[in-house]
Design a protein around this ligand. Structure first.
Ligand code: ATP
Ligand code: MG
Length: 200
């Protein structure tokens, strides 16, 4: 049986927090591969505040190409209209053989707002959820059951080393001329400089 990880994100830009979370999920859940899916237009972020999809897609390819079990998909970027996880998971369901287990990888911050996602009750029927948490961060079982109800058993938390890296902080650093080296792969850093991203 195939086990496929789906790592969704704006990836504006992709950074080591994303890469570490994906690699740890790959190992912890015995995944065959992790597919990075940069979002098209995120429904909760105004279009003007997000870099062009082709930049985000390119940076994600650059960041993942040295890892043989990482892949990048443009399904969300290619789909018109706002991006919803449910549409992506359905596309993966159709693309892989029946019985394939799908693991949607997120940060713990994202999972806590999941119940606000479009068709979240259907979504948990279609895939497992794995949420990266920092070591020491423990969400009580009862709280998980409270939030997710009968779907709680499909939500898995796993620890990744404390990475306080965020795309917001990286964009801020570029804007104010502070270094971003070692927060993300060199190839992505060079791409940002070459394309002049995040300078306003
Ligand atoms: P932004 O600051 O613009 O919100 P971000 O750094 O949170 O960007 P996203 O593209 O929004 O990056 O995140 C994609 C996914 O990766 C989300 O599920 C998010 O929770 C998770 N994630 C983001 N940063 C980290 C990190 N440092 N460690 C583990 N997971 C992370
Ligand atoms: Mg975020």
């Amino acid at each position: 049986m195939l086990r496929i990880g789906i790592m969704g994100g704006t990836f504006d830009p992709v950074h080591y927090g994303h890469l570490v979370a994906a690699e740890q999920a790959w190992y912890r859940f015995g995944l065959d591969k992790v597919v990075f899916v940069p979002t098209g237009r995120p429904p909760h972020k105004p279009e003007s505040q997000v870099s062009d999809a082709h930049h985000r897609l390119r940076m994600t390819v650059l960041a993942t190409q040295s890892n043989e079990h990482f892949e990048v998909s443009s399904v969300e970027v290619d789909r018109p209209g706002p991006t919803y996880a449910i549409d992506t998971v359905r596309q993966f369901r159709d693309a892989y053989p029946p019985g394939t287990a799908l693991y949607f990888i997120t940060g713990a911050d994202a999972i806590l707002t999941m119940m606000e996602w479009k068709d979240s009750d259907t979504l948990v029927q279609l895939c497992e959820f794995v949420a990266a948490t920092r070591p020491g961060y423990q969400l009580a079982d009862e709280r998980i059951r409270e939030i997710f109800g009968p779907a709680a058993h499909r939500i898995h938390f796993f620890e990744v080393p404390a990475l306080a890296i965020s795309s917001t902080d990286i964009r801020d650093r570029v804007r104010t001329g502070r270094p971003i080296r070692y927060l993300l792969p060199d190839a992505v850093m060079d791409y940002i400089a070459g394309a002049g991203l995040y300078r306003d």
